[in-house]
Structures are given as structure tokens and as C-alpha cells.
Design a protein around this ligand. Structure first.
Ligand SMILES: Cc1cc2nc3c(=O)[nH]c(=O)nc-3n(C[C@H](O)[C@H](O)[C@H](O)COP(=O)(O)O)c2cc1C
Length: 188
């Protein structure tokens, strides 16, 4: 394959979408759309998100030392976009769009009713880099939609959960499952 070089930039890659939930000092909830997300440890499970620039979410996560991470589905696209296009500094985003939420089961973090898979995380580290930081949270609880029965490894059907996928400038949907992980070993 012939290739050419482009200037260093954030680049293009598919990313999951999560709404990071925090409480403001006055008790109002705030959610923000974050797509720079991964895990960095399985024992204990550690959820990591990256955030750059001035954001209320960064301030509140650092102050409260906890956050929720609510998986976004395609039916939540407008909600998620709203939380990504507006800042909690200037408005109450939750009231503006009328999003239903409740308190976490284990931590004092807001959890969105519409999200079928929500992590409750305790902040364990903040790693500054460039104009942003990595926020490392230990997963203390996961709230799962009752309709999702089998949560064992490899048995979650993503096409049923229908997560919203982001790649710079656009939102996407997952269309089909291709193969089980390990398919290359089975044919050896
Ligand atoms: C599609 C999309 C993806 C985004 N992903 C990130 C991200 O991964 N990290 C980040 O810091 N901001 C990201 N943002 C920007 C924040 O969501 C946005 O700045 C938000 O207004 C911050 O709100 P807050 O001040 O209430 O925290 C994203 C925005 C959009 C629309």
C-alpha cells in the first residue's frame, strides 16, 4: 500500500462515546461528552478518560474525586451532542435538555437513566500531558440495564446495545458482529 505523511494532529480513529457525570457544588448534575476513553488496568478495573482545555468537568472531577461514565447509545445521540456542544460553566445542561438521572448506587455521582451501562468511578490519579490530562478512575460499581442478561466476557452483543461511535466530525453506528476473538487460532 503506498502511503503519504501528514502533519502531526489528533488524527482519525474510531472512539466510543461516554457522558462523564459530576455534581456541581450547588448539587446540580453536569454531564460532558468524552470520546478519548480506555481502560488501563483489569485488577482492579480502571477506567481512563482524557480531557484538554478549560472544562467544568475537569474541575469537578478533580474537586469531587469521583465521576460516572455513562455509555452513549445511538438513541442518545442528540442528548450526547448537547452535552458535548455546551459547557456547564454557562448553563444547566441537564435542565436545558430535560435528561433524567439518579444518584449512583455506590458513589455520589449522577447516572443517566437512558444509559444501559454506567460506571461509577473513584478518581485515583490525574496525569497531566500537553494542554490536557488523563483521569484514571477505579471502577467501584457498574449499573447495567436489566434487559442485558449475560454480561460474561464475549457474550455481550454490541449490536443490541447499539453504542454511538465517534470519529472526528461524525457519529456512527455499529452494524454487525464479524467474528469471535481467537478466530485466527481456531483455523491453525
Ligand atoms: C463529539 C465530541 C467529542 C468530544 N470528546 C471530548 C474528549 O474526549 N475530551 C474532551 O476534553 N472534550 C471532548 N469534547 C468536548 C466537551 O464535551 C465540551 O468541551 C463540553 O462543552 C465541556 O463541557 P463542561 O465545561 O461542562 O465540562 C467532545 C465534544 C464532542 C462534541
Amino acid at each position: 500500500m503506498a502511503k503519504y505523511s501528514i502533519a502531526p494532529q489528533r488524527g482519525f480513529f474510531p472512539q466510543p462515546t461516554y457522558l462523564i457525570g459530576t455534581y456541581k457544588e450547588n448539587g446540580d448534575p453536569n454531564f460532558t461528552l468524552i470520546t478519548w476513553v480506555t481502560f488501563c488496568s483489569s485488577k482492579p478495573p480502571m477506567f481512563v478518560f482524557a480531557s484538554s482545555g478549560k472544562k467544568l468537568t475537569r474541575e469537578l472531577v478533580e474537586k469531587n474525586k469521583m465521576f460516572s461514565a455513562n455509555l452513549v447509545t445511538t438513541e442518545m445521540t442528540l442528548l450526547a451532542d448537547h452535552f458535548g456542544m455546551n459547557s456547564g460553566y454557562s448553563t444547566n445542561k441537564v435542565v436545558d435538555i430535560g435528561a433524567a438521572y439518579s444518584m449512583g448506587n455506590v458513589l455520589k455521582v449522577p447516572v443517566l437513566d437512558l444509559s444501559p451501562w454506567a460506571y461509577e468511578c473513584e478518581l485515583v490519579d490525574v496525569i497531566p500531558q500537553g494542554n490536557g490530562s488523563l483521569y484514571v478512575g477505579e471502577v467501584k460499581n457498574i449499573q447495567v440495564d436489566e434487559k442485558i442478561k449475560d454480561v460474561s466476557y464475549g457474550n455481550l452483543d454490541l449490536t443490541t446495545i447499539d453504542p454511538l461511535i465517534y470519529a472526528p466530525g461524525n457519529y456512527y453506528k455499529i452494524s454487525e458482529r464479524l467474528e469471535k476473538v481467537g478466530v485466527s487460532k481456531q483455523s491453525e
